[in-house]
Design a protein around this ligand. Structure first.
Ligand SMILES: Nc1ncnc2c1ncn2[C@@H]1O[C@H](COP(=O)(O)OP(=O)(O)OP(=O)(O)O)[C@@H](O)[C@H]1O
Ligand SMILES: [Mg+2]
Length: 469
């Protein structure tokens, strides 16, 4: 680490992580956030990337609040971890292949066995009609199981969504709950809390029903197992709840999805729960802790395939002996997206957001926000370019975000010039600085990279009426 002595932090932390670093440091400084540790990528003189763990705390230094950070290079450990993860992946492919081979082998055994029996009885001249029917029935039903298995495998491997439509999420959940009530044993109470009225999702209804069903069946199995082990205290209980949640850019990065509004359904059971090892393998195809006639181990891997092909993500919380909550999140279908493809194209060419900033990270964040709302982004890094870009795109640009920290940019002048060109353009300032305090009537957004209101601002067709405090 000698190489880093006396270097400013902006030269140590990798550019893409710098924004997160600054954000976190500000939060610690304000006393809003007390993290134990955070992982960042760093960059060495030779351009190679290293991994740094940072432990920070708020201190008073020379009478002023400051942040003290200890940085540890964990590149070596991280590389080992990557190797382990790779091995686990290889292992999971192994489990997958073995499981498939095993299941199909069983199916083929039944088919071959039945055909051989028919053959034998024909040769001996003793094949009765009812025997033939029985063997053919066996062959048909086991082949159906094989094709069902292939269907599930295809869902697991697939990326795109078949026969998608727009539907109300809560009503889909109610339909599944009705099915569950007829299927599940009476000692399991099902409680439903629907909190996403009128929220719509775009996707395959049958697949999403299937995903919810698979999770609920696991919840049932976990309760039944607990009861069989005589560990269930009172009745079994499954709670199915829906809600809407905004996913910030930081969370979106973790789950590898786009930021924005998501609808969530969570299924909580008071069943056997899982230990860490089981939880880690829950999405592996053919991983099961159940008896072969109960579980194939494809339930959760199917859920994974369905949810990720819909642009969503899944979370699992579990405590051994106490129970489990499995939730999945799907992007909310915003009404702007109802436009046909041609309309959408036309609409897109009509709508753009201008961002004035020199900060590469902020530009990236704003681009992702604007694009998730279906808008084009036009960038400029100073007043002259901004005025030029706006004058060339007067019809398109209805919204301008100005990074108040942009060097050598007079906010007042810039705003005035832009307003002369387009008096009704909406302007927002990003980050507060001493200069923003002097500007009246323009909203300042303090933490743009975490603020999902920006997506709403961009999406809101009637921006004037949107109150943003
Ligand atoms: N709600 C839950 N409570 C406890 N364990 C669970 C729960 N959900 C899943 N698991 C664990 O994860 C494993 C994998 O689940 P998955 O649904 O993929 O397969 P399965 O239920 O065993 O078989 P299948 O769903 O194909 O019939 C289960 O065998 C179980 O050990
Ligand atoms: Mg299952």
């Amino acid at each position: 680490m000698g190489e880093f002595l006396n270097l400013p932090i902006s030269k140590i932390i990798y550019l893409e992580d710098l924004n997160g670093w600054e954000q976190r440091t500000l939060e610690i400084l304000r006393g809003d956030y007390f993290p134990e540790r955070a992982l960042y990528r760093g960059i060495k003189k030779d351009g190679s990337i290293i991994y740094l763990v940072c432990y920070s705390k708020r201190i008073i230094y020379e009478g002023k609040p400051a942040v003290q950070t200890v940085i540890i290079d964990i590149t070596k450990e991280k590389k080992q971890e990557d190797v382990i993860r790779h091995l686990q992946r290889v292992e999971s492919i192994g489990t997958f292949t073995m499981g498939m081979a095993h299941d199909f082998n069983n199916i083929l055994q039944v088919i071959i066995g039945s055909a051989q029996m028919i053959n034998l009885k024909v040769q001996r001249g003793e094949l009765k009609k009812e025997d033939l029917e029985k063997y053919l029935d066996n062959i048909i039903s086991i082949s159906n199981r094989g094709s069902e298995l292939i269907k599930r495998l295809k869902i697991f491997a697939r990326k795109e969504v078949p026969s998608a439509e727009v539907f109300e999420f809560d009503s889909l959940v109610s339909t599944v709950v009705e099915i569950l009530k007829t299927l599940f044993p009476k000692f399991i109470e099902i409680e439903v809390k629907l909190n996403s009225k009128d929220v719509k999702v775009y996707g395959s209804k049958t697949e999403i029903q299937q995903a919810l069903l698979n999770i609920a069946v696991n919840a049932r199995d976990a309760i039944v197992e607990k009861r069989e082990k005589k560990l269930l205290d009172g009745d079994g209980k499954i709670t199915i709840e829906t809600c809407v949640k905004s996913i910030s850019l930081e969370e979106a990065n973790i789950f590898k999805v786009n930021p924005g509004r998501y609808v969530c359904v969570s299924v909580t059971d008071n069943g056997v729960g899982m230990d860490e090892e089981t939880k880690a393998k829950i999405f592996e195809p053919f991983f099961t802790t159940k008896k072969p006639d109960i579980g194939t181990g494809l339930g959760m891997s199917t859920v994974f395939g369905i949810v990720s092909s819909h642009g969503g993500f899944i979370t699992v919380d579990s405590k051994l002996g106490e129970g489990t909550t499995v939730s999945f999140y799907l992007p909310v279908f915003e009404s702007k997206e109802v436009l046909s493809e041609a309309e959408a194209k036309e609409e897109k060419s009509k709508s753009a957001v201008m961002v004035i900033s020199t900060d590469a990270n902020l530009r990236r964040v704003m681009k992702s926000f604007a694009e998730s709302a279906g808008f084009e982004v036009l960038f400029s890094d100073d007043k002259v370019v901004a005025v030029k870009v706006l004058s060339e795109n007067l019809d398109k640009v209805s919204l301008i975000f100005i990074d108040s920290r942009t060097p050598r940019l007079s906010l007042k002048d810039t705003i005035a010039q832009l307003r002369i060109l387009k008096p009704d353009v909406k302007i927002f300032l990003l980050y507060s600085t001493p200069e923003t305090a002097e500007i009246e009537g323009i909203t300042v957004i303090e933490n743009p990279d975490e603020d999902n209101r920006i997506i709403d601002i961009i999406k809101g067709a009637n921006i004037e009426k949107k109150e943003i405090s």
